[in-house]
Design a protein around this ligand. Structure first.
Ligand code: AMP
Ligand code: FE
Ligand code: FE
Ligand code: ZN
Length: 286
């Protein structure tokens, strides 16, 4: 039986592909009984400023984070950076590249959908995304809004899931580049949802050897067995563990906030792995 989570170290805002504003995300975290959350938007750090402003009056500690889309041996993997410096130039440059490729890739997916008879306009996708970095959830919602699919989830099943006919891969960086960028910005590099949607145990082993700090062992898409293997592997390799809900808002998420995350002890362990001279947000509680 795992300990009650006190911190959710994987969440998204409307600055990437979530329905939650930083304000509503923090409200939800408070209602879920958490004291800390990491804001880890896909390939952007633009939501962090507003998240800190919202944190100042919510009583919730915000850990500055990011979830970088990357690739290892042609498999898509996601690397979370926790306690990063969002102004770091290496990180900012990497993010700029990925953001641009996401925009072009969404245009390609719209073209493919048109060819498949599920016509939507790129401006439909842009209007769902608003200020957010464009991702597949925005395409899925545009398909729902235009009546091309019955539900958000069927958009993935029929068209834009990894095996779908309108799916287009992102141009992304390698896992080792992502880990280096996270470290350059003073953060901890965590492999997000390992063993989900592509990466196998061998990939986890490879990436662990690249200087990773922790594995995400608690996540709604991980089975109990996968979680257990990851915990054991992290312990054997001397890696810390992390966890989070990967919350994207009502209807766009798999699990509830408050059900996934790390215990106080696990949070402290992550904290001890930060570079000593780092000035940290999120440190007051531990
Ligand atoms: P992207 O980063 O643009 O490839 O989009 C990936 C995001 O789409 C994930 O972070 C989830 O938010 C969402 N997603 C991926 N697969 C599914 C699915 N089968 N059902 C619902 N959401 C999904
Ligand atoms: Fe997402
Ligand atoms: Fe992810
Ligand atoms: Zn995520």
């Amino acid at each position: 039986m795992k300990a009650e989570p006190v911190a959710d170290l994987h969440t998204h805002t409307s600055y990437s592909d979530s329905k939650e504003t930083p304000e509503s995300l923090l409200q939800r975290a408070r209602n879920a009984g958490l004291h800390t959350i990491a804001v880890t938007d896909h390939d952007t750090v633009t939501g962090l400023e507003e998240s800190f402003a919202a944190a100042a009056h919510s009583g919730i500690e915000v850990v500055p984070g990011v979830e970088l889309s990357c690739r290892h041996k042609s498999v898509e993997v996601h690397i979370l950076g926790l306690w990063i410096d969002p102004s770091d130039t290496v990180l900012v440059e990497i993010i700029r590249k990925i953001e641009q490729s996401r925009f072009e890739r969404a245009q390609k997916m719209v073209e493919r959908l048109r060819g498949l008879g599920a016509t939507i306009d790129f401006c439909d996708v842009e209007s769902v995304a608003g200020r957010g970095v464009i991702g597949r959830p925005h395409v899925a919602q545009a398909l729902v809004d235009r009546g091309r699919v019955e539900s958000f989830h069927s958009a993935f099943r029929l068209y834009i899931g990894r095996e779908g006919p309108a799916y287009v891969r992102k141009i992304s960086i390698t896992a080792s580049e992502a880990i280096r960028a996270v470290h350059a910005s003073g953060g901890l590099a965590v492999m997000a949802h390992p063993l989900v949607g592509g990466p196998q145990r061998e990939h986890v082993r490879d990436i662990a050897a690249m200087g990773l700090d922790a594995l995400e062992v608690d996540h709604p898409k991980l089975t109990t067995d996968e979680s257990q293997w990851l915990r054991e592997y992290a312990a054997a390799r001397g890696l810390a563990v992390s966890g989070g809900s990967d919350w994207h808002g009502e209807g766009w998420s798999e699990g509830e906030m408050g059900d996934y995350g790390v215990s106080d002890t696990e949070l402290r362990e992550l904290f001890t792995r930060l570079p000593v001279n780092q000035t940290m947000q999120g440190g007051k509680n531990v």
